[in-house]
Design a protein around this ligand. Structure first.
Ligand SMILES: [Zn+2]
Length: 242
């Protein structure tokens, strides 16, 4: 980003601040959010640069906006907001929402179906979230999940490999994730109880999004169960939440 963005950001930080009570209200239930000035500053910039839209007449309150902003900012706390450039919209539904899907198979036949979603990250477009899932589902963190997809998509299609930093080894990333993903899919296929949401077996990109949630929400356990993947995530996110 250029000097104009930097100037705007400095101006936002100079002229605005997040109300203490509002910050408490928005993050008190989110124990994994660091209570630091840096976290609050980044959340403030996020609010200034992103546009929230309520769907189905949902009124998006300041506390809702801030709660989403803080969770979205956690993965880029050490990377910076430029990693979320390229889209501004965040659409918030009151609950899960339906989307129409279609796919053309190898015989040229079009298949159509409805999906019920808690969140969606559109390539080049907005992030869509269910507020009910964001606020009340202890099994998942839909905000971190969808924003992890956004980071993944920065290097083209969502394939579980975001743009790696200089000094990181693509081979090490691929090996760590392929080993973990294979083992995980195997466990899901055998219908074993899994620590991560079985949804992570859908695709390598889902595995990356789901284990990114775990990395921030339950870092010690993620490190214990997936040490090689944890290491790669620590290098990519440039932070060690454990
Ligand atoms: Zn996903």
């Amino acid at each position: 980003m250029g000097w104009l963005t930097n100037w705007r950001r400095r101006r936002v930080l100079r002229k605005h601040r997040i109300d203490d009570a509002l910050w408490q209200q928005a993050t008190s239930r989110l124990r994994f959010i660091p209570q630091t000035p840096k976290m609050r500053q980044l959340s403030l910039l996020f609010l200034a640069e992103k546009q929230f839209v309520g769907a189905r007449e949902l009124e998006v309150t300041d506390a809702m906006r801030l709660s989403i902003a803080a969770q979205a900012c956690l993965p880029v706390l050490e990377l910076g907001l430029d990693w979320y450039a390229g889209f501004t919209g965040i659409v918030v539904y009151p609950g899960d929402f339906r989307v129409r899907r279609s796919e053309i198979d190898e015989h040229g036949v079009v298949h159509e179906w409805d999906d019920e979603l808690a969140g969606e990250a559109m390539p080049g477009g907005p992030v869509v979230l269910s507020w009910d899932a964001a606020a009340n589902d202890p099994e998942m963190n839909v905000v971190i999940h969808e924003f992890a997809h956004k980071l993944d998509m920065l290097s083209g299609a969502a394939d579980g490999v975001p743009p790696l930093h200089v000094g990181m080894s693509r081979a090490a990333w691929l090996k760590a994730f392929a080993d973990a993903y294979e083992g995980f899919c195997d466990a899901v296929e055998r219908q074993r109880e899994t620590w991560l949401d079985p949804y992570a077996a859908e695709h390598p990109s889902e595995f990356f999004a789901v284990i990114s949630e775990a990395f921030f929400k339950d870092p010690a356990e993620t490190r214990r169960r997936y040490p090689a993947v944890f290491d790669q995530l620590r290098l990519f996110y440039k932070q060690d939440p454990s």
